[in-house]
Design a protein around this ligand. Sequence first.
Ligand code: ATP
Ligand code: MG
Length: 272
Amino acid sequence: MVQTKVGIDAGGTLTKIAYQTNGSIRYQSVPSADMEYTVEWLSSQLDNPDVCVTGGKSELLTKKWQAPAKTMVEFDATTKGIEFLANHQDQALVEPFLFVNVGTGTSIHVVNDGKQERTGGSGIGGGTLMGLAQLTTGIHDYKQIVQLAGNGNRGNVDLKVKDIFEGTLSPISGDLTASNFGKTEKMAAYAPENADILASITGMIGEVIVSITIPTAMQYNVDQMVYIGSSFRMNRLLRETVSKYTIMLEKTPIFLEKGEYSGAVGAMLSID
Ligand SMILES: Nc1ncnc2c1ncn2[C@@H]1O[C@H](COP(=O)(O)OP(=O)(O)OP(=O)(O)O)[C@@H](O)[C@H]1O
Ligand SMILES: [Mg+2]
């Protein structure tokens, strides 16, 4: 009986599954909080699965999955997956390049000779969007958060350089953010809408991610920055912010189709 090759990246928030059937790759993601569901899904949807698991919650998953499963180091799986997905969409990657995985948190890696090295990271990531959204607006639903953020106006919350340099020429672009959430005077007069708050949170996360990544890109003389992670899913504003800042700092942003499945794809490909 033919085995279905299945790669699973069990992350802090979402469990990403990539599997091969009839020569094509399919993708599925489920909340990591519901491991039982993932295990049920695997046994009910897939014939005779041959499983390789990666990600921070792989131990938890392999314990529940009471059949043999390989495990793999997440960062290596991700590198393998990135190379495959880039190739799949005819995106040439020139080494050394960086990949920035914006998951629950953010992890930064440099890739050279097909091998990755983790150079840093930040607790500012997709979990920060979820948590701050919940604290400030009471909204929990990811789709609702990103939809609202996409329609918000950061100008009601964030202070731009040109807001400070009123009437005089500023030494840097007036459009840059001078202070995230810094427009306190205006906020005292008109309470910003939830959409504005969510847009500002998203903007801040994007700006922080690029700011902490750029020194690494310079250190390793890298041009391409590959941004992956489910935090970019449906999130046009985060992509745009990250793209704009990366380009402004003279680097090339790359977003991969299904990039959030890089770890799962790499794990799947490691099954021989
Ligand atoms: N359906 C969804 N439900 C919850 N969060 C989602 C959803 N879709 C996208 N996200 C966003 O994606 C983020 C998680 O990204 P990702 O799946 O890459 O992380 P992870 O692998 O679970 O975490 P980590 O790699 O840090 O362990 C969430 O914090 C949220 O911002
Ligand atoms: Mg992850």
